[in-house]
Structure formats: structure tokens, C-alpha cells
Design a binder for this molecule. Structure first.
Ligand SMILES: [Zn+2]
Length: 59
């Protein structure tokens, strides 16, 4: 029986771009936080602030 179907493609779910500035991410530099992928801590913090601002507007 071939076991090819059991293998899951690792590349499929890896981040390729920063969710904030859309900068290309490399394996060593991406910053993962709160289900988001960013190129740096700064980008993550900006994204968090943007999300917080949205929530405040809604509430
Ligand atoms: Zn970024």
C-alpha cells in the first residue's frame, strides 16, 4: 500500500507574508502571535492596536 496519502503537505499552512505589512516572511524571522503571522513584534503590536480600535468602535 502506498503511504503517499498519509503525508500532509507542510508547506500548505506556513505563513508567507506578514499579515500587517505583507512583507515576505522567512522561516527564522516570522513572529507568531494570537493566530497571526508577522515579520516583527512591531507589526504584531500595530495589528493588535488596529484590532483593539475596531472593537472599541463596535462596543
Ligand atoms: Zn510586517
Amino acid at each position: 500500500m502506498p503511504e503517499e496519502t498519509k503525508k500532509t503537505p507542510e508547506a500548505a499552512e506556513k505563513p508567507t507574508n506578514c499579515m500587517k505589512c505583507n512583507k515576505r516572511l522567512s522561516r527564522k524571522t516570522w513572529y507568531y502571535k494570537n493566530n497571526g503571522y508577522y515579520c516583527s513584534k512591531g507589526c504584531w503590536q500595530q495589528a493588535v492596536k488596529a484590532q483593539a480600535a475596531k472593537k472599541e468602535k463596535k462596543a
